[in-house]
Design a protein around this ligand. Sequence first.
Ligand code: FAD
Length: 516
Amino acid sequence: MDQELVAASSAGVNPIRSGAEYIESLRGRRLTVYLMGELVDEPVDHPMIRPSINAVARTYDLANEEPALASVVSPLTGADVNRFLHISTSSSDLVMQNKMQRRLGQLTGTCFQRCVGMDALNSLHSVTYDLDRRYGTHYHARFKHFLTRIQAMNLVIGGAMTDVKGDRSRSPSQQSDPDLFLHVVRRTPEGVVVRGAKAHQTGCINSHWLIVMPTMRLEATDKDYAIVGAIPVDATGVTYIYGRQSCDTRSIDGGDVDAGNAQFAGQEAMIIFDDVFIPNEHIFLDGEVEFASTLVERFTCYHRRSYVCKTGVGDVLIGAAATIADYNGVERASHIRDKLVEMTHLNETIYGTGIAASHQGTEMKSGAFLPDEMLANVCKHHVTRLPYEIGRLAQDLAGGLMVTLPSERELRHEKIGPIIEKYLKGRPEIATEDRIRILRLVENMTLGRNAVGYLTESMHGAGSPQAQRIQIARSMQTDFKKDLAKALAGVSSTTQAEIVNDLSTYMARVFAPLRN
Ligand SMILES: Cc1cc2nc3c(=O)[nH]c(=O)nc-3n(C[C@H](O)[C@H](O)[C@H](O)COP(=O)(O)OP(=O)(O)OC[C@H]3O[C@@H](n4cnc5c(N)ncnc54)[C@H](O)[C@@H]3O)c2cc1C
């Protein structure tokens, strides 16, 4: 076995052959992991982390249970390797990746955390090759050597691309704090030292190695940010700050009902790289700024009338989305403004149908007025859909941080708090805590406790969507509409005047004279 690689990754001395062996390979690594304001002693045994480890373990077991689906003969080792570590060399390979992904989704019902790594490996294969051809460098051979060893040991790779990014309107070298994108701070003959932070990192604590990559197109002034390298998960200087997921503490409440899926879960954490050394043999791009975009491009791919109440809630959500765009420094971007216009358009569509239902109310014999039945049902039917789209757009504007933020305990933590303050900064003049508060509000309204009212209650309150469709079908006067069409097309002898005289039910309300 490759003792150097084993030592560097703290995995066992033999290749990992099963999910159980994979779980054992993660023990005793002495990672620095903060969760809910405390250092985690052994992530493998933590009840909030373990379901995510179980999901990765399933990728190993599937390779044994269905080898044709989840393993493949590697041209690098000549042996069977897990498909997540294989470089696709045919469209069939790519198709088989998708089939394996679909199956694992069926088996775990969650994110099994290995796709970013797989996609990073596949994109780096061609990027390092093209780099060498352009510059006469030797990245491709290095990369293949690294991958061969990873395949032989059957390890998990995490793909660390997304930087914390600070003010989104500024490039890496224009940020008020240079560490808001991972960059090289020192060079030695043996390698480079990097500093920065990567956000939303899927399965990073469950991996053996991380591959850090630039997150966006870079300019000549961003040369030190153009760095791709492999880092063992337990490298000196690496700290993990675990993300909170909505309802995550249900896994420590006892029982296995309320968690919904007690066995499997995803995992995201923020990774702090505090002067981490990468030796030359694990560097796959260094300074070739124009290849950053090549890498990124190759890597990358929503109550009837009274439910107008939801438009008030929607106003708050639109305000939160506009605020986070402001805090991120992107408020003037045309697509951000357009999404705010779209959110407002959808919100006012609910209001418009609701207020029209009331406006077109009819007097009952008691003297009381009844809202228009058709329009009230159309309003509620919109409510079963449009808040979801408004929420989707709010999540779009919020960014992924709303679901991967560390807890308030980390924010208040003596040691980790200042790191959170530094790395979760958006526009420099905005307090990090204010940015976090708005992101938590969007999370609360679209995924947390108040999503109960804004989303699921909108779906089912005052009747589930089908109840409105039945009412709409009853009032939609299709025969009247057919007659209109037939008269104009000349296939009927009924005149327009005769049809107009036949107005009834909903159409009678539509054309009723307005009363002052
Ligand atoms: C659950 C989850 C798992 C993830 N796993 C991984 C992982 O394993 N590895 C990894 O590297 N990344 C991972 N990501 C990160 C993912 O790629 C990012 O969330 C995504 O790229 C968006 O970045 P952001 O979250 O920083 O949002 P932001 O960049 O803050 O975007 C918020 C909004 O601002 C807009 N915006 C941003 N910048 C600009 C600009 N300059 N001009 C105009 N508009 C702009 C965006 O279009 C969006 O509408 C994960 C994310 C999530 C939510």
